[in-house]
Design a protein. Structure first.
Length: 257
């Protein structure tokens, strides 16, 4: 696959999957406004989380127009842009008063093209007791609904490395219609790192993605994870820049009245 041609689809996979993750605590939806995918709480509430505008749109004025039209005044821009043009683009946003909070490479791959390994330590988690074990290991944040555990091609599939009742790492794949899958929550506990567990968990995820006919696997990477994904033959045609708009104040109770 030529990754540059699939950035719009990757954005769709990312926003829909991330909204479903946010919805585990409170409903979150994606609203399409022009060429912006806007993730926001729905229905609106006093303690609404900041909305996130995900787009390739390079014009700061249009970000301000869309962001300021949202019901909740707290929002961020998540600008997806190729590395060869990002310096010039980001200079325009800086001049308009935006401040960059973070940058994360956007990775994608056709699962059939990935470099994979096999490991008996990694398994698909479908037993409720093992789901609970993973939830405890992840400090209560790893929750799956029954319909996400039982079917072979469920919306969310969880994988973990478990040995003698201890969870050493985990990761999940979230299905977004026929567009592809999103890799979520990949994590290996500190004492088990540098042993190939991250690669083994990702391999298990992508093996099933390919078997189930997924055309694309998408993820955002930290600096530590970028090397692993490159090793697996993921491509990164763009970076996602999280930008704070001018005048942003992080006090939702005072602003969202």
């Amino acid at each position: 696959m030529r990754a540059e041609d699939h950035i719009p689809t990757a954005i769709e996979v990312f926003t829909q999957a991330f909204a479903s993750i946010r919805s585990r605590t409170y409903p979150s939806v994606v609203t399409k406004i022009k060429d912006f995918h806007v993730m926001h709480d729905e229905p609106y509430r006093l303690k609404a989380r900041a909305s996130e505008l995900v787009t390739q749109n390079p014009f700061p004025g249009e970000h301000l127009e869309v962001g300021n039209s949202m019901e909740c005044p707290r929002w961020y821009s998540c600008l997806v842009t190729p590395p060869d043009s990002e310096n010039e683009t980001l200079a325009h946003f800086k001049s308009a008063g935006f401040k960059r909070r973070a940058i994360e490479p956007l990775f994608m791959i056709d699962p059939r093209d990935a470099y994979l390994i096999q490991s008996h330590r990694v398994q698909r988690i479908q037993d409720p007791e093992l789901v609970e074990l993973c939830r405890i290991a992840n400090k209560g944040r790893r929750q799956l609904l029954p319909h996400e555990v039982e079917p072979d091609d469920s919306t969310t599939r969880l994988y973990a490395a478990i040995l003698e009742g201890k969870v050493y790492g985990w990761g999940s794949s979230i299905k977004v219609g026929n567009l592809g899958h999103w890799v979520s929550d990949l994590y290996v506990i500190p004492e088990a790192r540098r042993q190939g567990l991250g690669l083994a968990i990702m391999s298990a995820i992508l093996t099933d993605d390919a078997r189930l006919g997924s055309p694309m696997s998408v993820l955002l990477a930290s600096n530590a994870g970028a090397h692993l994904y490159q090793k697996m033959r993921y491509q990164s045609p763009a970076n996602l820049h999280i930008l704070r708009p001018p005048g942003y104040v992080a006090k939702p109770r005072e602003l969202c009245l």
